[in-house]
Ligand binder design. Structure first.
Ligand SMILES: Nc1ncnc2c1ncn2[C@@H]1O[C@H](COP(=O)(O)OP(=O)(O)OP(=O)(O)O)[C@@H](O)[C@H]1O
Ligand SMILES: [Mg+2]
Length: 272
């Protein structure tokens, strides 16, 4: 293993867990690995022996009909829902089923929900400042002084999310699309290794959707992304490898063109 460091400690459940405090061990090129995950709600199988593997730096699109289990899959990865069976590994060594939601976020998995959760009363700049990955021993407030590296990092993110000219604007006054970008920027300030985005372009204008596609393509490589979306025009723009979920498991997986021409996929999703 490289410079990776792990700390052993007891979590709330009283079990011992290994929480990565340094670099994630991705020596096999895989950032996320789900194996045989099943989740039932009152006897209904939302996920049914789902297996999936995401490579480091990959931009993976996940599509599928309503109720296919896409959001549930993200809930399992982020610790919101515990699987009945199966395993979820972040890198080679971190068993996510043993970590709390907070520990999973801290380990480097960021999640974007549909409704942006920004600080509406604060400026765009302050929103990014407040979400910066901080040394937890030092209480950071808006009054503490930013280092030049921190300022650079905020400036870089502002540019990336196309809000460079709106740094001083109050976040509550941004357009819907801009708020979504700001939230993505806030996630990026945490330097996540893996970003999960559930229906990120819902409610965006065509122009905003287009810009979001460019943003995601530019993030791939540096980050690993899992994008769930129903907007097929958007998916076509960003797609490399596409996974189709249906009834809680993988129906098809491969390049966009292959998946689009798959009769099974056309029958349950694209043909409707
Ligand atoms: N907390 C829960 N309690 C009961 N049933 C649930 C719960 N969460 C999800 N489900 C059910 O599990 C199934 C999968 O839901 P999920 O939200 O994962 O689908 P999805 O693929 O994200 O769909 P959509 O495209 O509509 O967002 C659905 O039938 C849903 O009703
Ligand atoms: Mg969903």
């Amino acid at each position: 293993m490289s410079a990776s460091t792990t700390a052993t400690r007891e979590n709330e459940g009283g079990r011992f867990s290994h929480v990565a405090t340094g670099d994630l061990d991705v020596s096999h090129g895989v950032v996320l690995y789900l194996e045989d995950i099943s989740v039932s709600f009152d006897g209904f199988r939302a996920l049914n022996k789902l297996s999936l593997s995401i490579d480091i730096g990959e931009l993976r699109c996940v599509i599928g009909p309503n109720g296919a289990g896409k959001t549930t899959m993200m809930d399992v990865i982020t610790g919101k829902t515990r699987p009945d069976t199966g395993s979820v590994f972040f890198g080679q060594t971190i068993d996510l089923t043993r970590l709390s939601e907070a520990e999973i976020a801290h380990a480097g998995i960021g999640r974007k929900f549909q409704k942006p959760t920004i600080f509406e009363q604060h400026s765009v700049f302050e929103n990014l400042e407040l979400s910066m990955k901080a040394d937890k021993r030092v209480r950071t407030t808006l009054l503490s002084k930013l280092s030049s590296a921190q300022k650079d990092s905020i400036a870089e993110t502002l540019k990336l999310i196309r809000l460079g000219d709106s740094a001083d604007q109050i976040a509550g006054f941004l357009s819907h699309g801009q708020k979504q970008w700001l939230e993505i920027g806030m996630l990026l300030m945490q330097e996540p290794k893996l970003l999960l985005l559930d229906e990120p372009v819902a409610g965006m204008s065509d122009e905003e959707t287009e810009r979001t596609a460019e943003l995601f393509v530019s993030l791939a490589g540096k980050h690993s992304l899992v994008v769930v979306e129903h907007d097929m025009a958007f998916i076509e723009k960003i797609a490399r490898k596409v996974t189709v979920l249906h009834e809680g498991s993988v129906l098809a997986e491969g390049p966009m063109e292959q998946v689009q021409n798959d009769p099974k996929v056309i029958e349950v999703y694209l043909g409707r």
